[in-house]
Design a protein around this ligand. Structure first.
Ligand code: HDC
Length: 595
């Protein structure tokens, strides 16, 4: 950022409607900093009646008295070529055009006459267009130009009694968008100012304290900066008032697909069904260009063709705090010096416990109706779903902080009689689009079976692996705490099944049960400590089936069998002797023998 004074020496500025208010302030400021200024003003009333040379002359006199250079121009902006001609004749060029002239003819819609409509549009919209059109060839030739369009919150938000004015003001935003695109290659920038200045329009509506601070003088420096060669903005909308300014953006939601497959047509009923998704702005983004809008439409069509219409996407942000909280939630403890690397961000080997990365996929599946939508009679909610199986694969080096984008979809639905099993598949990517993590979750929906669906999994579902038929090679026991679920849930899975006794009863359990993924985390800790020297980088994948519930406070026994780089394991509850994780294994990157 330069700290030198912003000057406009050698620049010629045309300011329309510069006889008073904002336009006058722009003209005075630019002239005081070296610009030669054309002070355009027809000298009419606020509603566009009459004409007088006085307003422009007074401002020109003020500029000259202060040692600046200026000429007056009394043409209507609708005769844009004449306005620009004044600059060319007087100063030989035009570098800056501030389209500021405007009139008001406020009427409610019913009372707005054709003349009220046409006059307001002529001055604001057509006038800005004609001046811009006339200035453009000169700016192109000199490969430089700065153009300002003046919009209004009245256009952006609407304002009672200003149908003509708000429509014209929003039209100016569209005009600026295209002017910015057409001028870009010739270093002609066009930006929009959205000022709120004290006027008849705002008097009596705004509190006195604010009204008194709505001085045009406080907005002029913003416009002056937008008109300086050092300002790189092109196509920006800047709102400013009372010594404050901000950029304003359009935002586009994520939207929803309006038909089940590309062969289907869109029906009003389907539109109604997904309307909450159509209007959901929680994942809205600003698009920089029309090409991005059409590009994302192509992506939607591509997904629809590939049958991915129900694919969902979400972001997941984490840093050391989340990693440490998760590690505590699955029983990592400072009592074990080997665990410090999971609990202390300044430890030389600080790293995530790999099972942390089940979270982006799980949270995506929980925050979207993926599972319910996949069932013929829907009916999946937290009272009847149980986590059935989980597969996690780490495909690249894991960061200790960042924002992952996770894309998920349903890849299989099975009818198991006592329930339905819905399988979701999620992939998580880092900020550079690098695939980091793959997750598969089997969700057991109790009581949702018997719909005549298939029983067996598709080949895309990662299979379980039975444990070898011999005694375990090693065993580890960990006692969970009575508050294990209360702590684990803080990592994101807030399912009340794990903490709320009355909710657990509704779901068919006498007391709250532990998260399946918490038991998975305990089991993985056992494998990493026995077979990987607690080195998270050696982890590749884990697959488990949650075959029975665990209660917080129970002790888990993890029996392990080594078969090359695969460590099979079986987790049982010591107090009951019941299996709670079965068919499970961890794949390591290299054989533990080499450790
Ligand atoms: C919406 C977004 C996602 C939300 C994610 C989850 C959020 C979390 O907060 C939820 C949790 O963490 S819940 C806690 C962890 N899970 C559990 O405690 C479930 C434990 N499992 C059970 O109780 C039983 O296995 C039980 C009840 C699941 C099944 O027992 P039964 O009904 O007795 O079934 P069974 O007769 O043994 O077998 C019938 C067929 O179903 C298959 N199957 C059994 N257990 C399965 C399981 N866990 N996962 C997937 N399939 C399973 C059997 O193989 C059998 O199929 P088949 O006849 O084809 O062999």
């Amino acid at each position: 950022m330069s700290t030198s004074t912003l000057r406009y020496d050698g620049r010629v500025a045309v300011v329309t409607g510069a006889g008073a208010g904002l336009g006058r302030e722009y003209a005075l400021l630019l002239a005081s900093r070296g610009a030669k200024v054309v002070v355009n003003d027809l000298g009419g009333t606020h509603s566009g009646e009459g004409a007088s040379q006085r307003a422009a002359d007074i401002v020109v006199d003020e500029i000259r008295a202060a040692g600046g250079e200026a000429v007056a121009d009394y043409n209507s902006v609708i005769d844009g070529s004449k306005v620009i001609e004044t600059a060319i004749k007087a100063f030989g060029r035009v570098d800056i055009l501030i389209n500021n002239a405007g009139i008001l003819r406020d009427r409610s819609i019913v009372k707005t006459s054709d003349q009220d409509w046409d006059l307001v549009h002529d001055v604001h919209l057509k006038g800005s267009f004609k001046c811009t059109q006339a200035a453009f060839p000169h700016m192109k030739k000199q490969n430089y130009g700065r153009i300002i369009m003046t919009s209004s919150n009245s256009g952006i938000y609407g304002n009672f009694g200003q149908a003509n004015y708000s429509a014209a003001k929003m039209g100016l935003v569209g005009l600026a968008n295209t002017t910015a695109i057409e001028g870009a290659k010739n270093n002609i920038h066009c930006n929009v100012i959205i000022p709120t200045a004290a006027s008849r329009m705002t008097e009596g509506i705004l509190p006195d304290m604010l009204f008194n601070e709505l001085k045009p003088k406080l907005i002029a420096p913003v416009v002056a900066y937008l008109c300086h060669e050092s300002c790189e903005d092109n196509g920006s909308y800047i709102e400013s008032a009372a010594g404050w300014a901000t950029k304003v953006h359009t935002a586009r939601g994520k939207g929803a697909v309006l038909r089940p497959t590309i062969e289907d047509t869109v029906t009003p009923e389907y539109v109604e069904k997904v309307w909450s998704k159509v209007t959901d702005m929680s994942q809205a983004k600003h698009l920089e260009a029309i090409a991005h809008a059409s590009g994302s439409l192509l992506e939607v069509l591509e997904n629809l063709k590939n049958g991915d219409k129900d694919a969902v996407e979400d972001t997941f942000t984490f840093a050391s705090r989340e990693l440490i909280l998760y590690a505590l939630g699955i029983g990592a403890t400072t009592k074990n010096s080997q665990d410090l690397r999971f609990l202390y961000e300044n430890d030389a080997d600080f790293s995530p416990i790999p099972s942390f990365f089940v979270l982006p996929g799980l949270l995506l599946s929980m925050s979207n109706p993926l599972v319910g939508n996949a069932l013929p009679h829907s009916g999946a909610d937290l009272t009847n779903i149980l986590h059935g199986e989980q597969y996690l694969e780490i495909v690249d080096d894991l960061p200790t902080q960042g924002t992952l984008t996770t894309k998920g979809k349903v890849i299989d639905v099975m009818d198991k009689g006592s329930g339905a099993v819905v399988v979701t598949s999620c992939e998580s990517f880092d900020e550079n689009g690098r695939l980091l993590v793959k997750n598969q979750s089997c969700i057991f929906v109790v009581g949702a079976g018997k719909f005549g669906g298939k029983k067996d999994p598709s080949s895309d579902v990662v299979p379980l692996a039975p444990v070898p038929k011999r005694s375990p090679d090693s065993s580890v026991q960990y006692t969970t705490s009575a508050d294990q679920a209360a702590l684990y849930r803080l990592s994101g899975d807030l399912n009340p099944l794990h903490i709320d006794p009355s909710f657990a009863l509704i779901a068919g359990f006498k007391t709250p049960i532990l998260h399946g993924l918490c038991s998975l985390g305990f089991s993985l800790r056992a494998v990493l400590s026995k077979y990987a020297d607690n080195n998270a980088n050696l982890f590749k994948a884990i697959k488990v089936r949650f075959s029975g519930p665990v209660l917080p406070g129970q002790t888990l026994k993890i029996d392990m069998w080594q078969a090359g780089t695969r460590i099979h394991f079986l987790t049982t509850v010591v107090e009951t002797g019941k299996e709670v994780i079965s068919g499970a294994y961890v794949d390591l990157k290299s054989s533990p023998a080499k450790l």
